[in-house]
Every structure is written in structure tokens, then in C-alpha cells.
Design a protein around this ligand. Structure first.
Ligand code: MG
Length: 252
């Protein structure tokens, strides 16, 4: 009975008082009872399997050998890019492509490779593409290996808005990957009540750390704020030789 009284008294303490309590003088049962006060037992996270080198079990795969989940932005018809052995390659001149499905907040994994056929070019002309979150916010894809350009337009930049923390680009022609955590902007009617945010790891290296997205990523001019709901992902045809594989995402 004494123990219960003591526990009851201890449990009524404020956090500061508990911190001041000489816990070592409590019994094992009393300490466990105190500890239980800060245990949270619900909700229980769902189980996701995540084997090494594989997409998590709850991921949505966006690439298969048929390009069935993508369409041309220009025509709305089937995407005309080249698909072979799970590798998608820009077909210059056919235009950007977008996912048929729309997304809001996501964790996105994307692997890309810039070809080594543009070594005579530099800057933005060295195999350029991009992944547009919600069709509006471009995370730049560019061969930025020993290739000088404006830093807010190099690989892993939020295009024309945020310079990556470091340049983690692998040598030209090698596969590399982005892992992106994206929080979409929120709107109340036409009014933006919260901007979007993006965190990007380039080849496992943090390059955008909860970066605020000002608005659309414009080539010319300032970012624009346009109200929208969930929208597709878009991949850019910049007329260059860039390939993609293993694109998956998890809705958040
Ligand atoms: Mg681009």
C-alpha cells in the first residue's frame, strides 16, 4: 500500500518535480510506473518491409516496361520517350511527360543518368532534364560533374530558387539518385496558407534541407504562386540524353 501511495504522489509531480525526485530511492515497480506515464501505445505504425536495394513494400512503382503510367504533356496521349529494360530515356522533341496519377505530399526515389555525349557542351546544355513536383516545382537534373553553370541551376537545385548545399554529382555517364521528401503547398481558395517544402538527398548526400519553395520554378522571372490541388509528376524533355530508372514514391 505504501508503494501505491508513493507512486500516486510521484505521479502527481510536475515534470520539474519528477526531475528533482531522487529516482534512485524509488523501488523498481515505482520507477516502472513512472516510466509508463510517458509511454504512448497508439497509433501503432503499419509494418513496411524495406529490403536493401529495393523499394519499400508500400511504394508505388512509376516505371514499368510499357510506360503505361505516363503520358505526353503536349498531347495527353501515350508518352513517346524510349523505354527498354526498365530504363526510360528522353526522346528529344517529343516534349515533357507526366504521370497519369496525381500526388500531393510524397517521398520520391528517382535514379537518373546523363549521357556522355555532350562533353563538347557546357552549363545548361550538358544533358539537362528535371523532375517537376506537382508539374510546377523543378528539381534540376543536369550533368553537373565538373560542369560550371549558375549554381541555382545545377543538379539538385530547386531551379532558380535554391542552390544545393553541396555538389554530389557523380562522373558523367554514371547512374545517380535523388531521394526527395516533398510537402506540397496548402491553399485556402486562391490564397496560399503554407508554402511547399522539399528535402533532397543526392546520392545519399543532403543537398536541400527542408527548403521552402517560393512558387513555380521559372526560367525567366520570379516564382509565381498558383493555387492547386494534387497534381502529376513531370519529367522534362530539354532536348538531351538523360535516362531514368527505378522511380517510386510513397504517399505521405
Ligand atoms: Mg532542367
Amino acid at each position: 500500500m505504501m508503494n501505491y501511495l508513493l507512486i500516486g504522489a510521484a505521479l502527481s509531480f510536475t515534470t520539474a518535480a519528477i526531475a528533482a525526485t531522487d529516482i534512485s530511492k524509488l523501488t523498481e515497480a515505482e520507477r516502472h510506473a513512472l516510466a509508463a506515464k510517458t509511454e504512448v501505445w497508439a497509433p501503432v505504425p503499419p509494418v513496411v518491409t524495406a529490403a536493401e536495394g529495393q523499394a519499400p513494400s508500400d511504394a508505388i512503382q512509376l516505371l514499368d516496361n510499357t510506360l503505361s503510367q505516363w503520358q505526353s504533356v503536349n498531347t495527353g496521349a501515350k508518352a513517346q520517350w524510349t523505354m527498354a529494360d526498365g530504363v526510360l530515356t528522353v526522346k528529344p522533341g517529343t516534349g515533357d511527360i507526366r504521370s497519369k496519377a496525381s500526388f500531393c505530399d510524397v517521398q520520391l526515389h528517382l535514379e537518373w543518368r546523363a549521357g556522355n555525349d555532350r562533353m563538347d557542351k557546357e552549363g545548361q546544355l550538358r544533358n539537362n532534364s528535371g523532375i517537376f513536383l506537382q508539374e510546377m516545382y523543378e528539381i534540376q537534373i543536369l550533368d553537373s560533374y565538373q560542369n560550371k553553370t549558375y549554381p541555382n541551376g545545377q543538379a539538385a537545385a530547386v531551379y532558380k530558387q535554391s542552390i544545393p548545399l553541396v555538389n554530389a554529382t557523380r562522373p558523367t555517364g554514371e547512374w545517380q539518385h535523388y531521394d526527395i521528401i516533398y510537402t506540397a503547398p496548402r491553399f485556402d481558395g486562391e490564397k496560399r496558407v503554407s508554402p511547399g517544402y522539399v528535402t533532397v538527398l543526392h546520392n545519399g548526400v543532403l543537398v536541400q534541407n527542408h527548403t521552402e519553395i517560393s512558387g513555380t520554378t521559372e526560367w525567366i522571372g520570379q516564382p509565381q504562386v498558383k493555387a492547386h490541388g494534387c497534381l502529376p509528376l513531370k519529367l522534362q524533355d530539354h532536348g538531351d540524353n538523360v535516362s531514368f530508372r527505378n522511380i517510386w514514391l510513397r504517399k505521405l
